[in-house]
Design a binder for this molecule. Structure first.
Ligand code: PLP
Length: 359
């Protein structure tokens, strides 16, 4: 069918979803930075307990969850926006703040959604190459800021390179930018970082009125299937995204589940610890096999493949039931991104890698 799209939309690349492959046994999915652990049992119970309320729309103000998040972080509920995943907040921020003639600056490679903000609004995207080791080059990014810049995106830890910068560096960077620029600090993986306590960056909000933090229930809370993310920052930001989206974009089960998940910080701490143990294991095993790995502060490794052919290697892994993400789809050929699973899953990945690279 020849649907006629507007020129802007026609130019937007379709999101490269992780492929699934024909494989008879149990698939190990390590391609999407998901949690290998099911949601907390109390969260599942909460969801089950709300099923009979599905004849009602969800709360458009998301009052209870905004209050729970605000209380946890010592902020006011007005400073919290809830999204259908943090992706919704990113895309609606673009819609609300960008237009032809405006500019958005972000590092590259970084999260694959970022190019969509400019593509869908007609703004100019300025992609600043990551520096040595896959770290954000904040000086180079600051040098790209002009009077037309509306948004600077910083992904910390960065997807796909897993690298993170200390809060002090972010603080100095935000402080160095002109006030007309909004900085969106995407902290989808911040809980996994050993460089900082997640509360450290919350402290920056009182200093920088042009800073927005983005967080999600998709990663450490293991709720990506329900789609809940949130932002912390100036009230203006919440109003901006609320102007351009439907009032009921976050569903009733998702709101209730996220509120319950927040209560179980002991479970968050346990997952962070287990992830850090797996990170050490996978990073060490990859290094021992001669692969280059970046300094991961997230729940995944960014692996330099050296002489190995990326397509052949990713295909060989998938033939063995192990699904990882090819670097080419993420902006840099010659790499792969592998999420940490449970220990047996990680060891299956390593065993499949050994088979795939055996000569
Ligand atoms: C850096 C980063 N930000 C945001 C997200 C989006 O998360 P969600 O929309 O599930 O909250 C992801 C998901 O992979 C991510 O990697």
């Amino acid at each position: 069918m020849g649907l006629e799209l507007n020129a802007r939309v026609a130019a937007i690349p379709i999101y490269p979803a992780a492929e699934s492959y024909a494989y008879d046994g149990e698939i190990v999915k390590l391609a999407s930075n998901e949690s290998p652990w099911a949601p907390h049992p109390a969260v599942l119970e909460t969801i089950a307990g709300r099923l009979d309320r599905l004849n009602r729309y969800p709360d458009p103000d998301k009052t209870a969850l905004r209050k729970a998040i605000a209380d946890r972080h010592g902020l006011a509920p007005e400073q919290i926006a809830i999204g259908n995943g943090s992706c919704e907040l990113l895309l609606t921020a673009g819609e609300a703040m960008l237009e032809p003639g405006a500019e958005i600056v972000y590092a590259w490679p970084s999260f694959s959604i970022y190019p969509h903000l400019a593509a869908m609004t007609g703004a100019r995207a300025i992609e600043v190459p990551l520096g040595e080791g896959g770290f954000h080059d904040l000086d180079a990014m600051a040098a790209e800021v002009t009077s037309a810049t509306r948004i600077v995106l910083v992904c910390n830890p960065n997807n796909p390179t897993a690298t993170a910068l200390p809060v002090e560096a972010i603080d100095a960077f935000v402080g160095s930018l002109p006030r007309h620029v909004s900085v969106i600090l995407d902290e989808a993986y911040v809980e996994f970082s050993t460089l900082q306590d997640p509360d450290d960056s919350i402290g920056l909000l009182a200093k920088h009125r042009n800073l927005v933090l983005l967080r999600t229930f998709s990663k450490v809370y293991g709720l990506c299937g329900l789609r809940v993310g949130y932002s912390l920052g100036p009230e203006d930001f919440r109003h901006a995204v609320d102007r351009v989206r439907q009032p009921f974009s976050v569903n009733l089960l998702a709101l209730a589940a996220a509120e319950e998940a927040l209560v179980h910080q002991d479970e968050v701490a346990r997952r962070v610890e287990r992830t850090a143990i797996e990170r050490l294991h996978v990073q060490e095993e990859l290094t021992a096999r001669g692969f280059g790995v970046s300094e991961s502060q997230a729940n995944f490794s960014w692996v330099s493949l050296g002489d190995h052919d990326e397509d052949a290697l990713v295909a060989a892994l998938s033939e063995r039931g192990v699904i990882v993400r090819a670097g080419a789809a993420l902006g840099r050929r010659g790499f792969l991104r592998v999420t940490y699973g449970t220990r047996p899953q990680n060891d299956r990945f390593l065993a499949a890698l050994d088979e795939a690279t055996a000569r």
